[in-house]
Design a protein around this ligand. Structure first.
Ligand code: 3BY
Ligand code: FES
Ligand code: FE
Length: 425
């Protein structure tokens, strides 16, 4: 009862964001206002989205020169385009004349970027090529598109809207580039993609992804291939058959990692950075069953393997960032990233990548390829919406995280609050 009263007192007082940060109990979920308030959402957009490196796509989104797409980060829209020199660049999607939006959402292919308003025309390098009626003294070189930091890491596209982008993307690149190199994700194609608007705060989406506590209860498809124990378990709570299964998995894991290491694929041990600006985690995970891919039968879904890979059973090389999760298998990769739309709405986009020469209907079947993660995403969206509805209820008080299966949530929440503080909140 006391806690419910406390919560309404907080609501009446309306704590500042700094006070809210200090009100969070370590090891517990965040106070409700973090998931509900417009000013917290604005702070999140500023600190977690505009100043951070964000995974927003894959090189396969823009396979050929002239291919472009846009991504909206709050009010800011960014164009990603592959130039004639084959380099991918990013620009603010705002005309330097009177500010009109240049490109509409969605993929497109262009020779030059022509503003629909008065036809100012930009090269794919961002330079202003033509602007009629501006007089002979008009300096085109001062009116190029505003560049946005872009970094391609092993086929993943990261952008950063900050003037000065955090330098520790170098650390992510140092770790991920050799891990991703054998899969040659730059030479893949998007076999399928899907966006879902989740009815919840983006942090609930991320918290939900950072644990597999809910997997047994909610993900019948995913758990055919995904091993929840790799994301933590309470050793004292394991009994009988379950204890034996986990022990057998851990022994198999040791042997497998040693085998991959010996064969030159790399065991890719856990690297987890959440102390500075950037937050990422990567590891080569084992896959259950036949051990090949995140499919219902745990076998590859695409006959043509990624890169020059010949071995089907290479585990699941995963990468988490603070707004994304990706899983790379021998035959395909699934990359998912989030963009916040409102305090209680989040856009979640997944892309399934296969070798660029793989032929649909011959090498792969889209339904079989996407079945597990499509089902998982739908199930997760329902869980996030359920969590948001509960958090909005005046009876919500932050509950404790499991020290075993939810330790990444605690790390995430602690890192998040630290970032807000580092930026003056
Ligand atoms: O996608 C992921 O990486 C996480 C790991 C645990 C639950 N979720 C599926
Ligand atoms: Fe773009 Fe005028 S606003 S050409
Ligand atoms: Fe899930």
């Amino acid at each position: 009862m006391a806690t419910v009263l406390d919560r309404s007192a907080v609501a009446k007082e309306r704590l500042s964001i700094g006070q809210l940060i200090r009100a969070r109990r370590p090891g517990y979920m965040l106070p409700a206002d973090f998931y509900l308030r417009q000013d917290v959402f604005a702070a999140d957009l500023e600190v977690m989205f505009r100043r951070q490196w964000l995974l927003v796509g894959v090189a396969a989104d823009v396979p050929e020169p002239g291919d472009a797409f846009t991504v909206d980060i709050g009010d800011a829209s960014v164009i990603l385009v592959r130039g004639d020199d084959d380099h991918v660049r990013a620009f603010r999607n705002v005309c330097r004349h009177r500010g009109a939006r240049l490109l509409e959402p969605g993929p497109t292919t262009i020779g030059k970027l022509v503003c629909p308003y008065h036809q100012w025309t930009y090269e794919l390098t961002g330079e202003l090529a033509h602007a009629q009626h501006m007089g002979k003294d008009f300096d085109r070189s001062c009116h190029g598109l505003l560049p946005v930091h872009l970094r391609v890491v092993g086929g993943f596209l990261f952008v950063c809207l900050a003037e000065e982008a955090p330098a520790d993307i170098d650390e992510l690149a140092r770790v991920m580039e050799p891990r991703l190199a054998p899969y040659d994700l730059a030479n893949t194609k998007v076999a399928f993609e899907k966006s879902i608007v989740e009815e919840g705060n983006w942090k609930l989406t991320m918290e939900n992804n950072r644990e597999c506590y809910h997997c047994a209860g909610s993900h019948p498809e995913l758990t055919s291939s995904f091993i929840a124990a790799d994301f933590g378990f309470d050793p004292d709570a394991l009994e009988g058959e379950e204890a034996e299964e986990v022990a057998a998995h851990l022994a198999k894991r040791e042997a497998k990692l040693a085998e991959w290491e010996a064969q030159g694929f790399g065991s890719c041990p856990v690297e987890h950075l959440s102390g500075g600006d950037i937050n990422f985690r990567t590891e080569r995970l084992l896959i259950a069953g036949a051990g090949e891919s995140a499919t219902l039968d745990t076998r590859i879904a695409c006959k043509k393997l990624l890169g020059g890979i010949e071995r089907k059973e290479l585990g699941d090389l995963h990468l988490w960032t603070h707004t994304s999760w990706s899983h790379v298998f021998s035959d395909h990769a699934v990359c998912t990233f989030v963009l916040p739309l409102a305090p209680d709405r989040t856009l979640v986009t997944s892309k399934w990548l296969v070798h660029k020469d793989a032929v649909e209907g011959v090498d792969y079947d889209v339904e079989a390829l996407t079945r597990v993660w499509q089902a998982t995403n739908e199930q997760d969206a329902a869980l996030v919406a359920r969590a948001q509805r509960g958090v909005r209820d005046p009876a919500y008080v932050p509950g404790p995280y499991s020290p075993f299966t939810e330790r990444y949530l605690d790390l995430f929440a602690t890192w998040y609050l630290g970032r807000l503080q580092a930026h003056g909140y």
